[in-house]
Write a protein that binds this ligand. Structure first.
Ligand SMILES: Nc1ncnc2c1ncn2[C@@H]1O[C@H](COP(=O)(O)OP(=O)(O)OP(=O)(O)O)[C@@H](O)[C@H]1O
Ligand SMILES: [Mg+2]
Length: 217
């Protein structure tokens, strides 16, 4: 069974012509998929449909065989981590530790356990030195890694990263690339939405191109 499945999915924002038309797509839980295409072709929209943030006009999106429109965003979020095109929108606390501990504190997880998880994820992303930083002072690349840390701390099986290389220098791109290899090696699945062909060519997997409302492999 595929992890994410699009069945005949069409979508538009206004009552204009379809942005995405009758898409069929099947993605495995431990695979790498790149999504490319020109500006405005609907890549971010596709990612949001895969997360159930947007609902198809017609057709169905299935997550592990279940219609995603019947699932809460919280439930989907426990299975798929989603990095927004602008990572700043998903950092909400004033400090790195508060940001990463936020959901676990709501769930009343023990403080010791929370700290252990935070340390593990900071170490995994090579940002242990930012543990006590104020989130306002972080550089763009640091904010991006914090946003990814906030996703990984929920231990999702699959990640969708929307334009993760925007604003990253060569060194940071290499670090992100190594991180993605590490996640794939750990059996996670990834969908990377990106214009950056050089970056996505680092990985082996499916390359999808969205153009004129259709998807090409
Ligand atoms: N909330 C919205 N309401 C109306 N139109 C929207 C909305 N969000 C996006 N659009 C339009 O839908 C089209 C596709 O947008 P989308 O963000 O999916 O493109 P994209 O392929 O991710 O582009 P980019 O490469 O610039 O990130 C664009 O023409 C955009 O203006
Ligand atoms: Mg986009």
């Amino acid at each position: 069974m595929s992890f994410i499945k699009f069945e005949n999915v069409s979508f538009n924002y206004q009552h204009q012509k379809l942005l995405l038309s009758e898409l069929e797509l099947s993605i495995d839980s431990n695979s790498f998929t790149a999504v490319t295409g020109p500006n405005g072709s609907g890549k971010t929209t596709l990612g949001k449909l895969a997360m159930g943030i947007l609902k198809p006009l017609s057709g169905k999106v299935l997550l592990e065989g279940r219609d995603i429109s019947t699932m809460s965003l919280g439930k989907v979020g426990s299975k798929i981590g989603y990095l927004f095109q602008n990572p700043e929108v998903q950092i909400f606390a004033n400090t790195v530790i508060d940001d990463l501990g936020f959901v676990m504190r709501i769930k009343n997880i023990e403080e010791n356990e929370i700290n252990k998880k935070i340390d593990t994820v900071l170490d995994f992303l090579n940002i242990s030195d930012l543990r006590n930083s104020n989130t306002f002072n972080l550089s763009y690349g640091e904010k991006q890694r914090l946003a990814i840390a906030g996703i990984l701390i929920n231990e999702p099986q699959f990640l969708i990263l929307d334009e993760p290389t925007t604003g990253l220098d060569i060194g940071r791109k290499k670090m992100l690339s190594a991180l993605i290899e590490k996640l794939l090696a750990a059996g996670k699945g990834l969908m990377i939405i990106s214009h950056d062909h050089k970056f996505i060519n680092n990985f082996s997997g499916k390359v999808l191109k969205i153009s004129g409302g259709k998807i090409y492999e």
